[in-house]
Design a protein. Structure first.
Length: 114
């Protein structure tokens, strides 16, 4: 029984710390939203223009800022309060996702269903 116990996850922090549960839950919700966006935006581009090249270019447009801004984000994380930086980033990401959600509203055929 001992070898199997070493492989099991230790969930003690989830049971004992309210703050850790909050951070863990928030990270799960944020991660789900991020992955949802990473799937739906390329799908929407493909539905609007059935061109795999444009979907690939969208992937490049998502990757280049991620690579470039990693250095800027590291410097900002050293300079600013990290909690405010994460909160601002999450609020900005939420607003951009909301803008993507209402973008095709009122335009039939924009979602590939008309």
């Amino acid at each position: 029984m001992k070898p199997l116990r070493r492989l099991a996850l230790d969930v003690t922090p989830l049971r004992t710390s309210r703050d850790f549960r909050l951070v863990f839950s928030a990270a799960g919700v944020s991660g789900f939203g991020s992955f949802f966006t990473y799937v739906t935006v390329p799908y929407q581009v493909y539905e609007l223009t059935p061109d795999p090249l444009l979907v690939g270019l969208l992937g490049v447009c998502e990757l280049v800022p991620l690579l470039v801004m990693a250095f800027v984000g590291g410097a900002l994380a050293d300079y600013l309060d990290r909690r405010l930086l994460v909160l601002g980033g999450e609020i900005g990401f939420t607003l951009l996702c909301a803008a993507l959600l209402v973008n095709p509203a009122g335009r039939p055929g924009c979602t590939g269903t008309a």
